[in-house]
Design a protein around this ligand. Sequence first.
Ligand SMILES: Cc1cc2nc3c(=O)[nH]c(=O)nc-3n(C[C@H](O)[C@H](O)[C@H](O)COP(=O)(O)OP(=O)(O)OC[C@H]3O[C@@H](n4cnc5c(N)ncnc54)[C@H](O)[C@@H]3O)c2cc1C
Length: 342
Amino acid sequence: MVGWGWLERPVRKAAGGEELGALLGFLRSQRGLAEELGEWAFYAAVALILLALFKRFPYRYFFKTHRLLAVVYLVLVFHSVVLMNSAYWASPLGVTMAVLLLAGTLAAAISLLRRIGGSRRALGHIEALELHKDNRVLGIDIRLQDRWPGHQAGQFAFVTFDPAEGPHPFTISSAWQGDGHLRFHIKGIGDYTETLPQTLTVGDPVTVEGPYGRFDFADGKPRQIWVAGGIGITPFIAGLQALAEQPDGRSIDLFYSTAAPDQTFIERLQQLAGQARVRLHLLVSGRDERLTGERLREQVPDWRTADVWFCGPAGFGRSLRESLTASGLPAADFHQELFEMR
Ligand SMILES: Cc1cc2nc3c(=O)[nH]c(=O)nc-3n(C[C@H](O)[C@H](O)[C@H](O)COP(=O)(O)OP(=O)(O)OC[C@H]3O[C@@H](n4cnc5c(N)ncnc54)[C@H](O)[C@@H]3O)c2cc1C
């Protein structure tokens, strides 16, 4: 258009050019540092990723070391910006790179400022506690004073009872009724959860962040088989409660395997299953035969039309999935929650 005389050629702004030149000069002067830092950041990233995959590395330390990845990422951004040929920035590749680096930098800043999940956090307090001694499960009722968006039965939340310990993920074992009440059932299986029956008291402040997760029984099939191993019963308790309040016509069999049967806990479960019109099969380890794929197929003859929702120990889930898929259950119809973050 300039050539046709429609537009005047824009006058180059000397000041802008100077600034750009100064910036490019500065970036050039940082090349040595960027190369060195980039190499170390690469080694650090590999080490941190390996650490994340090494499950024996305790979660409480992993939780802290993993955050360092954000710092490493920012160093790698510096490395890329300084070393990338300045002519590339105007190309489609350069623009894509700029967008990705900006988005990554923003995400790293959110992580370092501990803002992840910030908009999903709600404060509350402990309203009631109930310890089931025989299965070492602590029932915790929480009353939220902040807004909670609601949740689907089967979803989980990060719960912080002690800010020094930080958040732990637990399934919300109650269906949402819009009244600010959440229930959790927590089994003492590790250093921290074992101490909860002694350390928590009614009235203690709690922060709950969520809801998260896709283990929500929502895939539309009218026939379902639910299988719980031990504390893996928690998402199903919420599922039963939701169905008891709002039946949806689905036909469901729930298998609950436990090595530590607790009378009160089981009675409540039976009562809830009755209200939800769900057939409960209780299997006590040592007393009853183990639940295998074969046994499940015998107990639920129309299993082929169902989808299976499993929550419990990884080995138990794997053997059931292998047996059922080998007999023709589509892999996508086996859903599982293993209570593992990595
Ligand atoms: C989605 C999900 C839902 C869960 N729901 C329940 C539930 O309803 N009831 C219940 O009793 N347990 C539940 N758990 C398990 C519970 O989070 C762990 O048992 C608990 O965090 C163990 O902490 P600990 O320090 O006592 O045990 P540790 O012996 O330190 O850890 C035991 C296991 O828990 C993991 N873990 C430890 N601390 C954390 C943490 N801060 N965040 C994430 N994982 C951690 C470790 O990697 C390890 O595999 C759930 C886990 C997940 C991932």
